[in-house]
Ligand binder design. Structure first.
Ligand code: IMP
Length: 427
């Protein structure tokens, strides 16, 4: 029962789509277990580039069944437009399965996300504005709307009315916005119901049966470890659990079934939105990483904040996820630097700290302690094996591996599907 979890080891945008896609051909199911259309995977197949926000990247491999698990929040209009966009480009999407227990991002959740951020002013989180947080808040408050509710009109009406009772008070009295009528929302949601119906399934049963039949199931995390609601840099986080445990709760597959947990690790660090980021660069090196790495959000179009590699974070990701391997991405972006600084520890209030501090205040005060590694200038995008890499690039990878606490089993040396060095097979 090979069940693998693939997740971001930093603040997201580590290049997970490429990693998932590398396994595509040998994987039977690719499952998203949390998040929604706040994610952004870019997958390059041949000369075609696909930007996916909600759909699992397995949708591009014809032999693979893509699954949206119960832990995901689904915006039906985004789902349908992403599907039709792929269909227009000749991609067959008919195998997609969506959990009936997944929660729906309603139009009022999107409104609440936007007005809350505006209301927070300079204390805002910098969310993607896609309604993610408010939808998870409704789920936890037990006033959420699930995919299955689309198929019982009277239940849907009652649930939308219940959710709007409180929200309209907030919208009109606090945020000075117009009230939203339940009938309008119900009508819009029912308009999506029939188109979504063929995909709705008991995904818990499907996935567990698949594992019993020895099928390969890949769980694909959105965002990243440091954006996890429990283990990330709260409150500057997303509202779900991208960490490995989330794969279980977000899919209904037990932890004893998971055989491998792979952390995707960028050879430097990026972050979007607000929140602490010890190795962030505000100089021309940061600008160069952004330019060469194409560090602009797939979902939001916002420039990503860029900085050097942070080994403290990588070690933390190894611990909270129980990582068995790393997939190091975008090593080619670092080509051309004479020397590359790597953060090995923090200085917090005059003391050297080796591990991520549990206190938010301490983390905000953390200053990076760097070790500098020699760089390389040779083009590495054609490298097929570890030994093809220049000595200094090999040493950079080895140093990161040693500091991060898990073996680096694959290295991305370019954006294309075949621009990857495999060291240990993931399967
Ligand atoms: P939300 O997920 O839209 O609520 O946004 C919360 C925080 O997570 C913000 O800082 C976002 O920029 C960040 N975020 C959400 N999705 C992603 C992602 O896929 N990559 C990187 N950052 C993300």
């Amino acid at each position: 029962m090979p069940a693998l979890v693939l997740l971001g080891a930093q603040w997201g945008d580590e290049g997970k789509g490429k990693a998932t896609d590398l396994l595509g051909g040998s994987v039977d199911y690719v499952v998203r277990y949390q998040g929604g259309n706040n994610a952004g995977h870019t997958v390059v197949v041949g000369d075609q580039k696909y930007a996916l926000h909600l759909l699992p990247s397995g949708i591009l491999s014809p032999e693979c069944t893509p699954v949206i698990g119960n832990g995901v929040v689904v915006d039906p209009s985004v789902l349908l437009s992403e599907l039709s966009g792929l269909n227009e480009r000749g991609v067959d999407t008919s195998k997609l399965l969506i959990s009936g227990n997944a929660h729906i991002i309603t139009p009022y959740n999107v409104t609440v996300d936007k007005v809350t951020e505006r209301f927070l002013g300079k204390r805002k989180i910098g969310t993607t504005g896609r309604g993610i947080g408010p939808t998870y808040a409704d789920k936890i408050n037990r006033v959420g709307i699930r995919v299955q509710d689309l198929y019982d009109e009277s239940i849907l009406q009652q649930k939308v009315e219940a959710a709007l009772d409180v929200k309209n008070q907030l919208l009109t009295k606090l945020y000075n916005r117009r009230a939203i009528t339940a009938d309008q929302v119900v009508e819009e949601l029912l308009g999506y119901a029939e188109q979504i119906k063929p995909y709705v399934a008991d995904t818990v049963l499907v996935l567990n049966q698949a594992l019993e039949e020895d099928k390969v199931v890949l769980f694909e995390g959105g965002q990243g470890t440091l954006l996890d609601i429990d283990h990330g840099t709260y409150p500057f986080v997303t509202s779900s659990n991208p960490t490995a445990g989330g794969a279980c709760t977000g899919s209904g597959v037990g932890p004893t079934k998971i055989s491998r947990v792979i952390g995707i690790l960028k050879a430097y660090t990026t972050r979007v939105g607000a929140g602490p980021f010890p190795t962030e660069l505000f100089d021309e090196d940061g600008e160069a990483l952004r330019r060469i790495g194409g560090e602009r959000g797939v979902t939001t179009g916002r420039d990503r904040r860029c900085g050097w590699f942070d080994a403290v974070i990588a070690r933390y990701a190894t611990r909270v996820n129980g990582l068995t391997d790393f997939f190091l991405t975008k090593l080619d972006v670092l080509t051309g630097w004479e020397e590359i600084p790597v953060c090995v520890a923090y200085e917090i209030d005059g003391k050297r700290v080796e591990e991520l501090p549990y206190s938010q205040t301490d983390f905000h005060h953390a200053k990076p302690i760097y070790e500098t590694l020699p760089g390389w200038s040779e083009d590495i995008t054609k490298a097929k094996s570890f030994s093809d890499l220049p000595k200094n690039a090999q040493n950079y990878v080895k140093a990161l591996e040693e500091m991060s606490g898990a073996p680096i089993s694959a290295i991305g040396v370019g954006p294309g599907r075949d621009e990857t060095i495999e060291i240990n097979s993931f399967l």
